[in-house]
Unconditional design. Structure first.
Length: 51
């Protein structure tokens, strides 16, 4: 299953407003934000290491 959250701007992705709750619930980041020109994203892994 793939779950995606969308944001209206790059700045909101970089502000990590959606990432902080995941990190405080024992999640972790697994990479840096990535720019694919048509897609800009960042992700996290849950407490069971599922990306």
């Amino acid at each position: 299953m793939l779950v995606c959250l969308s944001s209206s701007s790059r700045e909101k992705v970089d502000a990590m407003r959606w990432l902080l709750p995941a990190l405080t619930a024992d999640g972790a980041t697994y990479n840096e934000p990535q720019d694919h020109s048509f897609l800009y994203g960042h992700g996290f892994a849950d407490l069971n290491c599922h990306i």
